[in-house]
Design a protein around this ligand. Sequence first.
Ligand code: IVH
Length: 685
Amino acid sequence: MAERLDHIRRKIEKLREQIRYHDYRYYVLNDPVISDFEYDQLVEELRRLEEQYPQFITPDSPTQRVSGQPVEGFETYVHARPMLSLDNSYSEADIREFDRRIRKLAAGRPFNYVSELKIDGVSMALHYSEGRLVRAVTRGDGVRGEVVTENARTIRSLPLVLDDEVLSELLSRRRRSARADEVVVEVRGEVFLPREAFSELNRERAEAGEPLFANPRNAAAGTLKLLDPRIVAQRKLDMFCYALLVDNEHPFATHWEALQWLRRARFKVNPHNRLCSGIEDVIDYYEQFKERRDALAYEVDGIVVKVNQTALQEEFGATAKAPRWAIAYKFPARQATTRVKDIIVQVGRTGALTPVAILEPVEIGGVTVTRSTLHNEDEIERLGVKIGDWVLVERSGDVIPKVVKVIPERRTGRERPFKMPDRCPVCGGRVVRPPGEAIRRCISATCPAKLKAGLKFYAHRRAMDIEGLGDALIDQLVDRGLVKDFADLYHLKKADLMNLERMGDKSATKLLEQIEASKNRELYRLIFALGIRHVGERTAQILAEHYDSIQALMNASRQELEAIPEIGPIVAQSIYEWFREPRNRKLISRLKAAGVRMKRGPEAARRGTRLAGLQFVLTGRLASMTREEATRLIEQLGGRVASSVSRRTNYVVVGEEPGSKLDRARELGIPTLTEREFLNMVGRQ
Ligand code: IVH
């Protein structure tokens, strides 16, 4: 028995090691070496073992990153070494002046610099004791921060445990002797929200009528301080690490070596850091990244230049606010002032009316900006913007430029207030603003603007992937009445297409081929392409795992949808309502009649091995199928059915009037499933 348990413990530890390695490949190196499917299988297996043997669950297991409980508030913590800010420089002259100061302080001793990108986020300190993450503290006011460990743990690129060997390499360098369990390894870095996650978050907030985050830094700061780690986990925070202390001292002679150690220890270290022999090198680095900053997946607002030698750092010390051995060299602000020529209203896929400022063209950081979204009427009110106003426009964190503020000093009195229309500007249909929402929507079922935006979404590469069905074409198809819903796409004839502008024989043939090919896309793509509110790509995938056809999804009740762990009440409601709408049901049957695949296909059948290695025991009567049918179903999906409950049993399916097997399951702590949960699991609901 003990031997067997030991075997299980080792197996669990091995799985964790594997998952940690693959997390590292994926989240730190952006270079996964296994498929998502294989990864999911590893996690599934670990979860299963941990469920069966909860005594082996440890807080640093990859399954335990997100704790299920919101916290009441945050404790504060005094940093052993203050987390300082940086002095700023804005010109080459400034940075050369910094170099002169440093050379004077060094008084002839050799040194060099490390140049790093200045990430637009918030700094945080991680404390590891005995190789385990024990605490994460925000910068706070630099002296005292807040303990946000549960939130930090959701950052997937951040190791919860350190490798023994890499850790001993570090601890062997320690000067002071202390008991091993008292040593604190402190890693500092910048927590940030990648550009895409930031835009997505703001888009969602605009939709929900919540105030927008001004920039990724505010978004990262706000997210770190959320009380519910489950929400934090959805926000995709990330962290670049740039400082290392052991027992409050520098373990290495140079900053560069510390960065290399961090990398070996699997922290995410910015790959663009550069060791610079002198200030010319630093300036070159700055110039390069001033040009390249738009190509990065995260926002940077400059570079940070640091003296590499830690002994010199200690000697040069700090002023009250900032170290003398480092400085920020900021990129030019990507802001400009311009005039709002007009405010127009766009109608999106869901009928949402979005006000957009039409701007006097202005160049910001090499890009000519002509328009800027104003998101919704609350945002217009907050800004107080009128047509004709001079405004400050910024490109930051987001590819889409935004209006930062109005410049009231430049008002002439001829500015006109803007009012959101009561009718849809495209179809003239009725517009409603549901109570509690910031968004007005056109509720006309036949609004061409909604249809056009819906078709764009339907044809998107990540949805039904119809190459060649671009904006101009969609406009023509809708305007000429050739396409009135998604299903009409499948009835287009070559002759229809040949009549359109810029459409030759060859491109028409190709487009028809693409449309034909889209009939056979995976189920989740179709679910995604339908454009149901709150159903993004990931949710569509989850739904396609639980339901093997559109029909099954269509019949799902709200409660059933909510029972899926990743699906909350709002999403469940939205899906449920979408399928209750007669027009939508008609669309589904028309798509089906046109030959669009409505079921999970062979590529998902691989996923159908989802019961592989699992042993089930059935007890009691099932309402929806006989015991034989249930057995066959489990076996088809790679599982096994046993006649009695043992420790090897993974699940006991409990029907009506269950027998003693249920008691046995409880005794052994084997998880039980209701019929509905079982059907969900096998995708039959
Ligand atoms: S070093 C004492 N390195 O910029 C050294 N800071 O304006 C201070 N930041 O509070 C930190 N990227 O939040 C350092 N590569 C980087 C950074 C960085 C962003 C932030 C950090 C700091 C702020 C100062």
